[in-house]
Design a protein around this ligand. Sequence first.
Ligand SMILES: NC(=O)c1ccc[n+]([C@@H]2O[C@H](COP(=O)([O-])OP(=O)(O)OC[C@H]3O[C@@H](n4cnc5c(N)ncnc54)[C@H](O)[C@@H]3O)[C@@H](O)[C@H]2O)c1
Ligand SMILES: O=C(O)[C@H](O)COP(=O)(O)O
Length: 320
Amino acid sequence: MRSMPTMICLHGLTPEQEARVREAAPGWNIVFGRPKELDDKLFREAEVICGWSPVIEKESLGEGGSLKWLQSWSAGVDKMPLGKLEQAGVILTTASGVHPVPMSETALAMMLAFSRGLHHSVRSQLRGKWEPREPYAELNGATLAIIGAGEIGTELGRLGQALGMRTIGVRRTARPTPHMDETMAIDQLHDALARADYVVNVLPHTPDTERVFGAAEFAAMKDSAVFVNIGRGVSVDTDALVEALRSGAIGGAGLDVTDPEPLPEGHPLWAMEQVIITPHMGGSSERYKERVTELFVHNLKSYLADGRPARNIVDYERGY
Ligand SMILES: NC(=O)c1ccc[n+]([C@@H]2O[C@H](COP(=O)([O-])OP(=O)(O)OC[C@H]3O[C@@H](n4cnc5c(N)ncnc54)[C@H](O)[C@@H]3O)[C@@H](O)[C@H]2O)c1
Ligand SMILES: O=C(O)[C@H](O)COP(=O)(O)O
């Protein structure tokens, strides 16, 4: 008789969320817990794991590992051992679709902070100083270029359009994308950069997207442009960004992700007045687990019905 298949769900779902997973997979041995609490043997036995990136190197991919499907809790799977997973024939799915709301609100908060000068006002407030810096800008009528216009970028496009911005989406191919007034392929990147008042990077980290933003790209931007990075730090040549800010080649930068990360103490970016830094919190939300459970249960149902999760299967060739 076939023993009960095992599934591991990592990282503290609520009892209601656990119940939703159990309900979707009757007849499964489902283990909920934190990686350190779980035995290596369990990881070897698990057919399905749902969780964050770093835990997967455990026994699941070693000799005799039974893993068939891994549902990442992150949208970016760049920290996953992609080569090993591919070699082991594991289906990997991302959590893309869980983050559009908090990520686009983070990017919008940065854009509004720059247009209304909040980064200056907060610094003045800390010194107890009343220091207007006229004139202030508006997002209304400004052009927003979103580099990596996927799930997150599309929601940011919606918010940008709602505020009266013109949106340009840049992606691998220039296919029409909701909430983009125009879409361009990545080989037209400089054209998009030259026209934008706000450039938001939300590219995944793949071999093709490292250092996409270097000296030439910052030079192509308007000298008033604000560059916002909520994707991955490695898409940017950090020294070139520092130089672009120092020389006035661009107007400011909002950085939720950096390279290196965390940004070390004493790094020049910390002291720059035209820079806002947040600690890789763009995707974080009190609704995260609710949304990730919904995605996982949706994928689980199709995995159990026909052996394939319905959404977000990683193309190992492409890297995301
Ligand atoms: N800061 C955070 O906390 C946080 C949270 C969630 C996601 N992220 C990052 O955001 C990324 C995007 O997430 P998503 O859910 O929108 O992903 P997605 O797969 O829906 O969208 C990715 C987009 O990037 C484009 N793209 C990929 N490679 C490209 C290339 N070489 N050139 C041009 N365009 C390219 C794709 O065409 C697609 O439009 C994640 O991979 C992750 O790195 C960061
Ligand atoms: O891609 C994401 O979902 C967020 O950036 C968090 O990813 P991480 O857990 O891999 O840092």
